[in-house]
Design a protein around this ligand. Structure first.
Ligand code: GLU
Length: 410
């Protein structure tokens, strides 16, 4: 069978193979990292508003828990597939290890376009997901969180469903909750803020400054917040895009105005400066913040940026990655660049366990320290192996996972 170059799981496994060769990963460990430890597929019946029952397919992929409970979000998206959740669960395993959290990696998803559901249908689907999977979840087993198109409100319904079934409070079973149910201050902006801390370290390495120009693909929670934070920090955000279009302004966009326009349901193109592709603009820094495989061998040639910060999971295929490395474009990989989200999820779990809560300043200070240290540790690996930032980061992460696996097996 011909290999599909954009199949998320084969891409994840190709990256693992590369790092295996680089660091001389133990064969026994490598064999065990080729498949998730457990993959659960469920059919979730939902009573729709019209009285008819519709069945949605959901997954939870529990990739590796050598370092701690499985951890990772739940995605509600029409593009969810077995290959995608498996890949995302592998990436979560490397991500928690990159920032040295005592956690493993997992990921869930439901094949659904949540924009087509009423609020009631969305609640019943969220509760149905937990009803189908609660027996493989738990604060010390597997801890979900938000991902693409899932929100704190969805986490609240899921928590409530879990607690109703088990008959006691268990706030640590899910993160990204609303503050009123034990969520952490700072969790909402943490993916982007973590990305900013990493970006600040990375630009210093290649001689860029805080007035560098930036293009951002994707304006969801991660991309939208990133645009806001970068503009506030003095960066020139020259292009943004969403699933419907892209806009460009050489002297910099008015980011708060763009986000306000989108928040009230407006289209980017209504703001003027419409372009075909945010990836192709003249900008020092490119930030893909949408879905997997947005940069492939077919379109990588249009990129003019000096560095790419992967705020999305898996936006660059391995083939495209090699082309970028050949052009000496610094790629800060997803498992480091977007790890701020799961880092604050971990802080949320710690606060839940203590039933004692931190201020947003305390959370953000801890996040800054963690992201800065992790960037520098990954950079040191890149230097040690004379390789790309992606492989340096993978060497750090996979090395840590392997060490925990071997300690359990010795
Ligand atoms: N969905 C986010 C990610 O891909 C956060 C996961 C979490 O907080 O567990 O990293």
């Amino acid at each position: 069978m011909e290999k599909n170059m954009n199949d998320a799981y084969s891409n994840a496994m190709e990256q693992l193979k590369e790092v295996k060769e680089l660091i001389g990963l133990d064969d026994n460990v490598y064999e065990q990292l080729k498949e998730p430890k457990r993959l659960t597929r469920v059919a979730i019946p939902v009573k729709m508003d019209n009285g008819q029952t519709k069945v949605f397919i959901g997954y939870r992929s529990q990739f590796n828990d050598a370092r701690g409970p499985f951890k990772g979000g739940i995605r509600f998206h029409p593009g969810v597939s077995e290959s995608e959740v498996k890949a995302l669960s592998a990436w979560m395993t490397w991500k928690t290890a990159t920032v040295n959290l005592p956690l493993g990696g997992g990921k869930g998803g439901v094949i659904v376009d949540p924009k087509q559901l009423s609020v009631g249908e969305l609640e019943r689907l969220s509760r149905g997901y937990i009803k189908a999977l609660y027996n493989v979840l738990g604060p010390t087993v597997d801890v979900p969180a938000p991902d693409v198109y899932t929100t704190p409100q969805i986490m609240a319904w899921m928590l409530d469903e879990y607690e109703s079934i088990v008959g006691h409070h268990a706030p640590g079973v899910i993160t990204g909750k609303p503050l009123s149910l034990g969520g952490s201050a700072g969790r909402g902006e943490s993916t982007a803020l973590g990305g900013v801390f990493v970006l600040e370290e990375a630009i210093a390495k290649i001689g860029l400054t805080k007035n560098a120009s930036v293009a951002i693909q994707g304006l969801g929670n991660a991309g939208g917040t990133m645009a806001k934070l970068l503009a506030k920090a003095g960066f020139k955000v020259v292009a943004v895009s969403d699933s419907q279009g892209a806009i460009y302004k050489a002297e910099g966009l008015d980011v708060p105005a763009v986000l306000a326009h989108k928040a009230k349901g407006g289209k980017l193109s209504e703001l003027g400066g419409a372009i075909d592709d945010a990836l192709a603009v003249e900008a020092d820094i490119l930030i893909p913040a949408a879905l997997e495989n947005s940069i492939t061998a077919d379109n990588v040639g249009v990129i003019k940026a000096k560095m790419i910060l992967e705020l999305a999971n898996g936006p660059i295929t391995p083939e495209a990655d090699k082309i970028l490395a050949g052009k000496n474009i610094l790629v800060v990989p997803d498992i480091l660049a977007n790890a701020g989200g799961v880092a604050v999820s971990y802080f949320e779990q710690v606060q839940n366990a203590y039933n004692y809560y931190w201020t947003e300043t305390e959370v953000n200070d801890k996040l800054k320290q963690l992201m800065t240290d992790s960037f520098n540790q990954a950079w040191a690996k890149k230097e040690q192996y004379q390789t790309t930032m992606r492989l340096g980061t993978y060497a750090l992460a996979v090395g840590r996972v392997a060490e925990a696996m071997k300690a359990r097996q010795a």
